[in-house]
Every structure is written in C-alpha cells, then in structure tokens.
Write a protein that binds this ligand. Structure first.
Ligand SMILES: Cc1ncc(COP(=O)(O)O)c(C=O)c1O
Length: 379
C-alpha cells in the first residue's frame, strides 16, 4: 500500500545533509554552545529576511511570546486578546507572562482573528492583541493596528506558522510592535530542536528581550530586571542559518503544491483554503474543511495517507482552560472549525504524484457520499 506522510523531517535533512552536517561540526569544534557567533549571525540574517531592525533568538516560540509581552511590561492584572483556535502554546505563553488571555472568534475563511470581534473584548485592563498568522495565512493586520492605535494597545504578531508570509507586500513580523517566531522542527523554518525569536524595530524593546532571555543580565551576573533562561543554542542557530538559505525555494514549492491541491480538489465537495487579497500565504498547512471530516480522515488513513487536525479542541473547551471567560455568544466559528478542519500532507519534498493520489482519494470519498443510502445511482 502507498504511504504518504503528513510530515517527513528525515527527507528534509537528507536533501541538505552535507550542509547541515558541516554546520553542526563547525559548532561542535568551536567550543561555544550557547548565544555565540552562530546565534549572532542568524539574528542578523533573519532580521534582514524579515525586514525588521532587530531579532533576538530565544529558546522557543512559547518563550518568544512570553518575553515579547514582558518586554512591554505586560504581566499580572493585564489582559491580552487572542484566539482559541490555535496552538495552546499561545495561551500558555500569555499566562507565563502573568497576564490573562481573552479569547475572541476567528474569521471562518482565513482561520485568523476576526477584527470585528476585537473591539468588544477591549476593556480597561487590555494591554495587547496577539494575532496569530495561522497555517501560514496572514491575519488582517490593518484593522487590528487601527484598533490598537485608537485604544493604545500593543500588537504582537505570532508568526510561528508564517515564516516568509507577506501582508500587503510587507513581511509578517514587521508590522506589529513585536513579533514572535517558533522554530519548532516541523515549522516552515524549523530547527533540529527547540528555538524561537522575538523581532522588533524598537531598540529599547529589543534590549529588554535580550536581558530577559538571560536572567535580566546587563552584564554577566548583574541583573537589571528579573529574567529567565531562554537561550538559543549554537547548533540550532547554525542549522537555522542553513535552512534560511532554502526558505524561499521551499515556500515557492509549498505555494505550487497548494495551487495543485486547489485545482485537484475543485468540485470535490470540500471547502478549500483561501489566500486573502494582497497577502502571501505560505501554506505551513493546507487545511480543508469537510462536514464529515472524521470519516474522510479514516478513509484517507485506510489508503495510507496521513493527515492531521490542527486543532481538534479549541482552547476554551480543553479541560485545563474551562474557566477562561468567553464573550457573549461564545466562539461559534472556532468550535465549527475544530469539527471540520483537516490538514492534508504538505511539505516541500512532496511529489506531485503523491499529491494527485490524495486528491483522487478525496474525490472518491466525496462521490461515495453523494450516492443515496441504497448505493444505487438514481436514473
Ligand atoms: C501559532 C503558534 N504559536 C506558538 C507556538 C509555540 O512554539 P514552540 O513550540 O516553539 O514553543 C507554536 C508552535 O507550536 C505555534 O504553532
């Protein structure tokens, strides 16, 4: 039977093995393993790529969000607006800063925060908005930045799934006050371990993040502020420098695969992802919707096709977070998305033949659903 993987990190490593091996060997023999020369070069290269003045490498994407908030002196007693249909890390990071998450609904087409829902959630304690560029699709930042300016709020872009995406021609991460990136291994730009970065154009905020990531140190063993340990290690920085050189080519390949999917699945009875006008979607995930998602997923699994569900339970319905306050009317678009979304295999190394096989099986599933219960085609 065929086997089409949802994720294949070994294939990516083998495609660039000599470059990675050389970079890792260089670090091992350098004798410098944390926040060293490789990290400095990666920060410079990634900030240039993202069109932002400063990038501070940290230990993970969760830390990047937490430290971005703490850099703005957001903490206990403050509220941060974000979404429930996202990685639970977003909510965990807000709570790690000491602030409280306030959840609003998503736009069902883009799966990103619905700007029309934000204003009603702003209260006297609100300090920031955390829009998530989910699946690689830029959130609609213009109205979000407008609300933030009028209500004196910070905007921290969560770009963990959107390396290389653009909003009206500008790289994501360059539009808010700060941006958080994750380099978790499966991301479009993924390390071979944990990693993250905080980007900003504000020198003062960058300096605060740099202190916070290492015990608040101004200099060794002298803390200006209370910080944490969230250092990037040199092996990850060296790996990320290699992979950054391939990111544009990989992104173009993801976009080409997405176009093939959208052609191949047209008329198959599934809702296809959209690319908002003026945006560059980078298809971290290619996410379709289907009212019989679980049956479709089982059908594909039986044919050797792996899929994933991002995310099966919105954060406010998870047992750990049932006490979070909800807006009047709840979060219906988030709950509906959790029931219907299905992430199809999407990785730059994927072949067009494998992609065609996925489309064929979805089409076969859909035509079977269209048959009446007795299986006879009406004449
Ligand atoms: C949207 C989003 N935000 C934050 C994170 C947290 O990143 P990390 O796993 O590197 O802590 C992730 C990764 O899972 C993510 O997808």
């Amino acid at each position: 039977m065929q086997s089409i993987k949802a994720v294949d990190l070994q294939a990516q490593y083998h495609a660039i093995q000599s470059e990675i091996d050389e970079a890792v060997a260089r670090v091992l023999s350098s004798g410098q393993y944390l926040l060293g020369a490789e990290t400095g070069k990666f920060e410079a290269e990634f900030s240039t790529y993202s069109g932002v003045a400063y990038a501070a490498a940290v230990g993970s994407g969760t830390d990047a969000i937490q430290l971005a908030l703490r850099a703005c002196e957001i903490g206990p007693g403050d509220e941060v607006i974000t979404i429930a249909h996202t990685a639970v890390a977003c909510i965990a990071a807000i709570e790690l800063s000491g602030a409280s998450p306030v959840l609003v609904d998503i736009d069902p087409r883009s799966f990103t925060i619905d700007p029309e829902k934000i204003e009603a959630a702003v209260g006297p304690r609100t300090r920031a908005i955390l829009p998530v560029h989910l699946y690689g699709c830029p959130a609609d930042l213009e109205p979000i930045l407008d609300i933030a300016q009028r209500r004196n709020l910070r905007v921290i872009e969560d770009c963990s799934q959107a390396h290389g995406a653009r909003y009206h021609g500008r790289p994501v991460g360059s539009l808010g006050h700060l941006a958080a990136f994750s380099f978790y291994p499966t991301k479009n730009l993924g390390a071979m371990g944990d990693g993250g970065a905080v980007l900003t154009n504000d020198a003062r905020l960058d300096e605060r993040v740099r202190k916070l990531r290492q015990y608040g140190w101004r200099e060794r063993n002298c803390s200006d502020i209370r910080g944490v340990n969230s250092r990037m290690d040199e092996i990850q920085a060296a790996v990320l420098r290699v992979k950054l050189r391939h990111l544009e080519e990989w992104t173009e390949r993801r976009r080409a695969l997405a176009a093939l999917y959208s052609n191949g699945l047209a008329g198959c009875g599934v809702v296809l992802p959209t690319e908002p006008a003026g945006s560059r979607h980078v298809y971290h995930q290619y996410v379709i919707r289907h009212t019989q998602r679980d049956e479709l997923r089982s059908h594909l699994a039986a044919q050797g096709i792996q899929t994933q569900v991002h995310y099966p339970v919105p954060v406010h319905l998870q047992s750990a977070y049932r006490d979070l306050p909800l807006p009047p009317g709840g979060l219906p678009a988030s709950e509906c998305a959790a029931r219907e979304v299905l992430s199809l295999p999407m990785r730059p190394e994927m072949s067009a033949a494998d992609l065609a096989a996925v489309c064929e099986e979805i089409s076969a599933f859909s035509s079977r659903q269209a048959l009446p219960p007795n299986g006879l085609i009406p004449v």
